[in-house]
Design a protein around this ligand. Structure first.
Ligand code: FAD
Length: 457
């Protein structure tokens, strides 16, 4: 049995950079991937969806050309084969680059097979048994498929199979009004599909503040996406060549019919077939691996990084997990998951950039706070670009003057939000940004102006 200094299961966003650091430090490392190098982000998540969203944006802008005084002769059509080819190319750049990098990495052995624990230090990879005293699990998640009557008898799509579409669905039904469902909804509407979102909760993205959910719904509805909320799917069935979702909903109709169905109701960790019980590594009731603040499991020598530990659900949180583990193991530092500040974006157009806690959470905490908001219609850069949908808001602790949270639903929101995030990391008062001179004309230049208008929450 071959024994390594370290073993990494999965090549998501944490495993490969960790392999780089561990081998640099002189360790012999095994890294195991059962399917596509780069995992979800590279193959079925961030990179391909944002590439497709760029195509959808081009179509949208072409349709709006006249608003800018530009003539586009004839109608705008989208060649789905070419948008897919562009997406495949961009994904492959990352995947192949990563695979080559790992393949050429000194002291690193790459295994291409499913890995399963045989004990706390032994892992079976195909027919081989390999061992290590340090094992890092980075196995990620996959689409969660709910138990709904008839769902197993209709063809449905997930974020993974959506990547194979090279044709335009006539009418895309999307079960789930979360981030994944919303991004696919706007993208496909812009490609030319009819789109219906069926969400059982009272609003889209239920963890966001109500004004954010409302703003996102308005953006989607303005483009013709049908948004059905408070609509619980109770059964799914074929209707001729179509698919029908029967919904339990106070509003009519009691069904939604479309040509294709995307199931986007959440994720589940890839831990059910990993032999964790043989290693003695516990999971929570949903299968996420239980870890401490430094990402150690309860078994000495086994760590869990990325989405499978339930402590984050983003590429940047997985990468940050790698940084925490590497710093603690190799640099003698003491970094923790709880040191990081929640930050993410929703890639609608315009996007939503979010950091820290929500207004709802601040109100519930009862702490004295200040709030300022500004509609994007009062942001010069947004007006110049003809993209005035949305608004920004920021919430500040009235006593410490530190920023508690912010949301920018508007053009550039995914980038602009970082000017607030970095001040939060610096634990500096909001007045630092308020007094900063920002560049004109940008969306960011209105952040200091907005902060001048803070008032009690
Ligand atoms: C549609 C969609 C869009 C997204 N967009 C964004 C975005 O814009 N920004 C963002 O930050 N995040 C986004 N995410 C989330 C992001 O993709 C993940 O958070 C990110 O990929 C982190 O994944 P990971 O490192 O935990 O593992 P993953 O990337 O999921 O990789 C895990 C790897 O482990 C392999 N594996 C699993 N089990 C085994 C086993 N037993 N043996 C061997 N190999 C195994 C898998 O094949 C996979 O390659 C999106 C997700 C989806 C679904």
């Amino acid at each position: 049995m071959k024994k390594y200094d370290a073993m990494i299961i999965g090549t998501g966003q944490a495993g490969p950079p960790l392999a780089g650091r561990l081998t640099e430090s002189g360790m012999e490392v095994a890294i195991i991937e059962r399917k596509l190098f780069g995992g979800t982000c590279v193959n079925t998540g961030c990179i391909p969806t944002k590439t497709l969203i760029a195509s959808a944006h081009a179509a949208h802008l072409a349709r709006r050309a006249a608003d800018f005084g530009v003539a586009v002769e004839g109608g705008v059509t989208v060649d789905m084969k070419r948008t897919k080819a562009r997406k495949d190319y961009v994904s492959a750049l990352s995947r192949e680059g990563l695979e080559a990098w790992l393949g050429n990495m000194k002291k690193c052995t790459v295994y291409r097979n499913h890995a399963r624990f045989e004990s706390a230090h032994e892992v079976r990879v195909g027919t081989e048994l390999i061992a290590s005293d340090r094992i890092f699990i980075n196995v990620g998640t996959r689409a969660f498929i709910p138990t709904i009557s008839g769902l197993d008898r209709v063809p449905y799509l997930t974020n993974s199979s959506m990547m194979e579409l090279d044709f335009l669905p006539r009418h895309l039904l999307i079960m789930g009004g979360g981030y994944v469902g919303i991004e696919f909804a706007q993208m496909h509407r812009r490609f030319g599909s009819e789109v219906t979102i069926v969400e059982m909760g009272p609003r889209l993205m239920h963890k966001e503040d109500e004004d954010i959910s409302k703003g996102v719904s308005e953006i989607l509805e303005a483009e013709g996406v049908e948004v059905r909320v408070g609509a619980k799917c109770i059964a799914v069935e074929k209707q001729g060549n179509d698919i029908r979702i029967n919904v339990d909903c106070p509003d009519n109709p009691a069904e939604s019919v479309g040509s294709h169905l995307l199931v986007a109701v959440g994720r589940r960790p890839n831990t059910d077939d990993l032999g964790l019980e043989k290693a003695g590594v516990p999971t929570d009731e949903r299968g996420y691996i239980t870890v401490d603040d430094e990402l150690r499991t309860n078994v000495s020598g086994i760590w869990a990084l990325g989405d499978c530990n339930g402590r984050g659900a983003f590429t940047h949180t997985s990468y940050n997990d790698y940084e925490i583990v590497a710093a603690n193991l190799l640099d003698g530092e003491k970094r923790r998951v709880s040191d990081r500040i929640l930050a993410y974006a929703l890639y609608t157009d315009p996007p939503l950039g979010r950091v820290g806690i929500t207004e709802t959470e601040v109100r519930a905490s009862g702490r004295p706070a200040l709030i300022a908001t500004r509609p994007m219609a009062l942001v010069g850069r947004a007006v110049e670009k003809g993209e005035t949908q949305g608004f920004m808001k920021v919430i500040v602790d009235a006593e410490t003057k530190q920023i508690l949270g912010a949301a920018i639903l508007g053009t550039g929101g995914d980038e602009v939000i970082h000017s607030l995030l970095d001040v939060m990391y610096a634990k500096a008062p909001y007045t630092v940004v308020k007094r900063a001179m920002h560049i004109h004309p940008t969306v960011s230049e209105l952040i200091p102006t907005m902060l001048e208008e803070l008032k009690p929450l």
